[in-house]
Design a protein around this ligand. Structure first.
Ligand code: RIB
Ligand code: CA
Length: 325
């Protein structure tokens, strides 16, 4: 079975995009990356969810990223303050108490949009042109799951859901088998998976192959603009945890790989697989079980990205950050 390399995005029309996020250090890098790419990505809104830190802080941090990108016209809707079923967990040990270690946070000028993210998702996706809107999910999938539960018909407006989450070959980062976004709300991920939407996963299998290095951080720093200084300060702090835990030569920028995939899918490769999510209490809670060799001949319900061009990712990220102030 050959790997299906993602198709060439250059011929693709502009992507109508909603970014669901729990900023979070790597989320902020992803948001700057996406908001610096208006020719390819029409970012309609940011929707926030509790995850790395509590909802008030993920929402403030999303507003900060929007301000730093000079894109304050993009609305930020706050969504779910807690997972569907399980008790909430956070990742302050990795992202800091404010969800953005490495820099001083503050209250941004522009506030949240009126109303919750869930009715925004329902209204937008119900009235959208058929299969016209892409959703990038950078945190626990609670918001989209709640919208699907309340209004299953919103699938009509969804073109594709691209998720940072899960782990198969790599093993987990919050338990031996589970990745944080899935572990934080596996029931929500099951709702999204079972909705039948076109689904692409960028798991730890690929994000742990796209690592920072001194040279890559230097190429960002050499831009010498505000955005590059912010990203440098954020990443220098953020990557410490993974480098230490895994003994890696650099750290992953998990969520930013979703934006690179949308901009340049040819940087990545993977295959259509059957994925099952374990939401049972126990040692495999939150695990994504991937039938990579199709042994069960079960329906393929996701495209699983397993590898990527690390230098190509950092070159693209650097090129886009250069556009910001
Ligand atoms: O496991 C990595 C994921 O969990 C990233 O989205 C990071 O921001 C955290 O939410
Ligand atoms: Ca995240």
């Amino acid at each position: 079975m050959t790997l299906k390399t993602a198709t060439n995005a250059h011929a693709a029309p502009k992507i109508d995009l909603i970014i669901d996020t729990d900023p979070g250090a790597d989320d902020v890098v992803a948001l700057l990356f996406a908001l610096a790419s208006p020719q390819e990505l029409n970012v309609r809104a940011l929707t926030t969810v509790a995850g790395n830190v509590r909802l008030d802080k993920t929402s403030r941090n999303a507003r900060l990223a929007r301000e730093w990108a000079g894109r304050e016209e993009v609305p930020v809707y706050a969504g779910a303050p807690k997972p569907l079923v399980r008790t909430p967990i956070y990742a302050e040990d990795i992202h800091g108490k404010e969800g953005l270690s490495g820099i001083a946070v503050y209250e941004p000028g522009k506030g949240l949009a009126k109303g919750s993210a869930i009715p925004y998702l329902i209204d937008t996706l119900k009235s959208a042109e058929p299969h016209s809107i892409t959703i990038a999910m950078l945190g626990p999938q609670t918001n989209l799951a709640l919208a699907l539960i309340q209004e299953p018909g919103i699938v009509q407006g969804i073109k594709e859901v691209v998720v940072m989450g899960g782990a198969h070959f790599n093993g987990g980062n919050i338990t031996p088998v589970a990745e944080f976004n899935l572990f934080a709300d596996p029931q929500a991920a099951e709702v999204v998976l079972n909705s039948g939407v076109k689904l692409t996963y960028l798991p730890l299998d690929v994000t742990h192959k796209i690592l920072t290095s001194e040279a890559r951080l230097n190429q960002i720093a050499a831009l010498n603009n505000n955005a590059s200084r912010l990203v440098g300060s954020i990443l220098n702090e953020y990557i410490k945890g993974d480098m230490e835990h895994y003994g890696l030569p650099g750290g992953p920028v998990h969520d930013a790989t979703v934006v690179a995939y949308l901009l340049k899918p040819q940087l990545f490769s993977g295959r259509s697989v059957n994925v099952v999510i374990d939401s049972r209490e126990g040692p495999t809670f939150g695990q994504t079980i991937v039938d990579w060799y199709d042994g069960l001949k079960a329906p393929k319900n996701a495209f699983w990205v397993e590898s990527g061009d690390a230098q190509g990712f950092f070159d693209l990220l650097t090129e886009r950050l250069a556009r910001l102030k």
